[in-house]
Design a protein around this ligand. Structure first.
Ligand code: FMN
Length: 380
């Protein structure tokens, strides 16, 4: 059976014009990138992950990450934490002092540094602790009418699945929606996302489920909601070097079939815009440095020569970027063989999920949180 395709998304009282969410990606989804994507089409554009402890303790790096574009009317922030008290305070600060309209909580990060402390994807194993954290977040956000969502994975590994319980707990604690990345922590980014798990979660809960994993084209997003009944999609790696995917997604969810195939000249313009926005937000030196990591993604599949790519990956000013971009043939057509193929991290599964000692002994976890680092920017 195929489910109907929604044309908008309701998170509590927040209505999103297209059921599409930009996946929080550490080091990527800063104010500049969110603006760039939002210029393409409606959706919800979530920030990089910031830590609740960093926010509560007024850490400088955290403060600098919490910037928004002047045109960003819906401020959406992903928060990380393991301690309900810190999470509650951090949500309060986001709502009261930063005008945030949506808070997402990270329970999916597979990075060993995070799971070793029982955070990210490790945390949902402790059902009661998860409930405490969600309760604290929802209570802090309620006076501001700000919806809280959570994002998670299937579980630690296939023998330790947590997503169905997480969905139930999210629903019981007043969470507005749950996003599921159809992989386990152990899989990290390897293999294929399990969309059947997304469908199972949709069956299991009454709150909206957002499907995540392996959406490379707008058609994949439609297929995902049709197959799973998800209320919307969360798109990460598919939009790396391709902000125009959000235009195609918005069109697809409103019944139009659009596949943007920019020439290299148009990609060049997008690259310039991206670098310019980064420099506006971070200053030219840092902005150019941040831009470097996007070069390979923008040029994926194009013929652009090795030396030019190399130079672009070392760019240190907008003037030198302009000179280098001149070297790209504006007439080169989009490499259509790239369509539908994975981009960004993939890698191998982990041999072992690193957890705190005795983590699997029980599923309660109240009072057992290990304090996270104030500054943690690894994310996903
Ligand atoms: C570079 C990178 C950084 C990420 N950082 C975060 C993060 O901070 N928080 C989070 O919940 N997920 C993070 N993720 C995971 C994505 O949000 C998403 O769940 C994952 O990439 C699967 O979706 P996709 O197949 O559309 O990429 C990150 C992923 C990547 C590739």
């Amino acid at each position: 059976m195929t489910a109907a395709v929604p044309d908008s998304l309701a998170l509590g009282s927040l209505r999103v014009g297209t059921p599409v969410v930009l996946a929080p990606m550490a080091g990527i989804t800063n104010a500049a990138y969110r603006r760039l994507c939002a210029e393409q089409g409606a959706g919800l554009y979530v920030s990089e992950m910031i830590t609740s402890r960093g926010l509560v303790e007024g850490d400088e790096v955290t403060r600098k990450m919490l910037v928004f574009d002047e045109l960003e009317s819906v401020r959406s922030v992903q928060l990380y934490g393991t301690d309900p008290v810190y999470i509650g305070k951090a949500v309060e600060i986001l709502c009261a002092d930063h005008g945030v309209a949506h808070v997402d909580l990270n329970f999916g990060c597979p990075v060993p540094k995070i799971t070793r402390k029982g955070g990210g994807g490790a945390l949902p194993w402790k059902r009661d602790l998860l409930g405490e954290i969600l309760t604290a977040a929802v209570a802090a956000a309620a006076p501001y009418d700000v919806p809280v969502t959570m994002k998670t994975r299937k579980g630690l590994d296939e023998d330790h699945l947590t997503y169905l319980d997480a969905g139930r707990i999210a629903q019981e604690t007043g969470v507005a929606a749950i996003a599921l990345h159809g992989r386990t922590v152990q899989q990290a980014y390897s293999g294929r996302a399990d969309w059947d798990a997304i469908a199972a979660l949709v069956e299991h809960v009454d709150i909206p489920v957002l499907g995540n994993g392996d959406i490379w084209e707008a058609a994949d997003a439609l297929r995902m909601v049709e197959q799973t009944g998800a209320a919307g999609v969360v798109v990460g790696r598919g939009c790396l070097g391709r902000p125009w995917l959000f235009r195609d997604l918005a069109a697809a969810f409103h019944g139009e079939d659009v596949a943007t195939l920019p020439t290299l000249g148009e990609v060049r313009t997008m690259m310039r815009r991206h670098a310019e926005l980064l420099c506006e937000h971070m200053g030219e030196e840092r902005g150019c440095k941040e831009f470097r990591k996007h070069v390979t993604w923008y040029l994926k599949g194009f013929k652009a020569g090795g030396e030019l790519r190399h130079q672009l990956a070392l760019v240190d000013s907008l003037a030198s970027l302009d000179r280098l971009l001149e070297g790209l043939d504006p007439a080169e057509p989009f490499p259509t063989h790239e369509l539908g193929t994975p981009r960004g991290r993939q890698g191998a599964p982990r041999t072992k999920v690193v957890l705190p000692d005795g983590w699997l002994d029980d599923t309660d976890g109240r009072g057992t949180y290990v304090r996270e680092d104030a500054v943690e920017t690894t994310g996903g």
